[in-house]
Design a protein around this ligand. Structure first.
Ligand code: TYD
Ligand code: MG
Length: 472
């Protein structure tokens, strides 16, 4: 006899249990566990190992066989398309996450309008604003002449009924998934169960209709999308829209993409007329450089397939605290700790008595180990109060032994540096074949070489700056 299995789900973190309990073991919250509606099970799928009440077997296919490249529908917004992997895939569902106010609605109305302008049916459904508010924004963006179809709606059933009428849309934007609700489940809109059930229905619709759906998700305080990541695993791609407060740059980054790479970024600038695409981000990120100041180094980085030059700023100052401060914005604090340890152990650069601050300019976040060399150069330059040459770029990974290791894509990095008028590149010794007109390579084999280059004849600058006892 089949036993009725019920699922109890924590409304905060999404952990599932076989029976009710007062406290969620996964997130430690009290009174957050409630039963998931049995109707969901019937409509969506029977659980693992349970044969569905109806349904017929289907043939299974071998791996080898005729295959087609996923067709792409370029939206016409080049930076958005780049991050999506070359355009929207019909039938795919994309989640765009980001902090409130970062510009998600602005970006997506622009994408919807671009697609509508190219003659594709494109629909924008908002659950957060009124039609009048969206119209006002569209007017400001100069998009009102484009045939985007607009509605302020939150009932998923009504939305599906509307979308199923007439010609199937090519793109539907749902702004935001947290405001959507279905009467299939009892919980309030915004809860994990509602968000998940609503997303599930919309995903089903997308696959069936071949419509690309973009779901907007607000990031919660702790950086999780759409009520603790509940929809991330259901959608085909997760894009995160980021920006540093006070900067007008916005970066769209693929966190997950079933149809494309996850290391591409799209760069936008928030202007009075909406988000404009930045075709040459290096020029933008270097536009506010503080030329000739000690403690700044230009890093020739890569973001996906695209080289990107960015300024790394360091400030090394005597500490007044027992434990010196190490603060990093835009880079991995563990890598900073490693670079400081190598400087100390192999180059005699004592930083124990100094506070160290490291910042990546423009609100960019760097993930590459190739930034080690530029970070080290900025640190030594700040400590020695010696500016680095303004026409030099840096890249290279530092190993714990103090050696500078080569990194991938050296030619692309050097080409970008030359394009932006840099004359010198401080690179790992093993970098070959990068010489080009107007750009001189300055190879460094070890971190000691780099220190010697910045402070000639003094591989260990400012040893006298602070007595060693002050470190304790
Ligand atoms: P919005 O797209 O509403 O953010 P989200 O949907 O992510 O919450 O963007 C809101 C911000 O963008 C708001 O602070 C104003 C700014 N903005 C501009 O600077 N220029 C513009 O043309 C528009 C439409 C918005
Ligand atoms: Mg919005």
């Amino acid at each position: 006899m089949a036993k009725k299995t019920q699922e109890f789900v924590c409304q905060t973190c999404g952990a599932a249990y076989g029976r009710w309990q007062g406290k969620c073991d996964a997130c430690g919250e009290w009174n957050t566990i409630s039963e998931e509606g049995a109707a969901t099970e019937r409509i969506l799928a029977a659980g693992p190992g349970r044969p569905p009440r109806k349904g017929k077997p289907f043939p299974l296919a071998p791996l080898a066989g005729e295959q087609k490249e996923a067709p792409r529908l370029p939206s016409g917004n080049a930076e958005f398309d780049r991050v999506a992997g070359g355009g929207l895939v019909p039938g795919s569902v994309l989640l765009v996450g980001g902090d409130p106010g970062i510009g998600k609605s602005t970006l997506l109305i622009q994408v919807a309008a671009a697609l509508a302008g190219a003659g594709h049916r494109s629909i924008y459904i908002t659950g957060e604003e009124s039609v009048a508010q969206v119209r006002l924004r569209a007017e400001r963006l100069g998009l009102t002449s484009l045939p985007v179809e607009l509605a302020a709606e939150t009932s998923v059933e009504d939305i599906i009924a509307t979308l199923s009428q007439g010609k199937l849309p090519r793109l539907v934007v749902i702004d935001s998934i947290q405001t959507m609700w279905t009467d299939m489940v009892e919980q309030a809109p915004g809860t994990v169960t509602q968000v998940r059930a609503s997303a599930q229905i919309l995903i089903r619709f997308a696959k069936r209709a071949g419509t690309a759906i973009v779901l907007v998700g607000h990031v919660t305080k702790d950086g999780q999308i759409a009520g603790p990541r509940v929809v991330e695993h259901m959608v085909d791609a997760v894009l995160s829209f980021e920006g540093e407060g006070g900067h007008h740059f916005r970066i769209l980054r693929a966190v997950k993409n079933r149809f494309g790479p996850t290391d591409e970024i799209g760069v936008f600038e928030m202007t009075g007329g909406g988000l404009s695409e930045v075709a040459n981000p290096s020029a933008l990120f270097l536009s506010e450089r503080d030329l000739g100041a000690p403690g700044t180094a230009v890093f020739a980085g890569m973001e996906g397939t695209r080289p990107l030059l960015v300024e790394i700023q360091a400030l090394v100052a005597p500490t007044s605290l027992g434990t010196p401060r190490r603060a990093v914005v835009g880079w991995d604090p563990n890598r900073l700790a490693m670079v400081l340890a190598v400087l100390e152990a192999h180059c005699g650069v004592k930083l124990g008595g100094y506070d160290v601050y490291l910042n990546v300019a423009g609100g960019l976040r760097i993930q590459e180990p190739a930034a080690d060399l530029a970070a080290a150069a900025a640190l030594v330059s700040s400590l020695a109060k010696t500016p680095l040459p303004t026409d030099a770029v840096h890249f290279g990974e530092i190993s714990l032994s103090g050696a500078i290791r080569p990194v991938a894509h050296a030619p692309a990095r050097l080409k970008e540096a030359q394009k932006l008028g840099f004359a010198r590149a401080v690179v790992p010794d093993a970098t070959r074949g990068g010489e080009r007109d107007g750009l001189t390579l300055a190879p460094v084999a070890t971190l000691t070489d780099l220190v010697g280059r910045i402070v000639p004849g003094r591989p260990a600058p400012r040893r006298d700056a602070k007595p060693a006892t002050a470190e304790r």
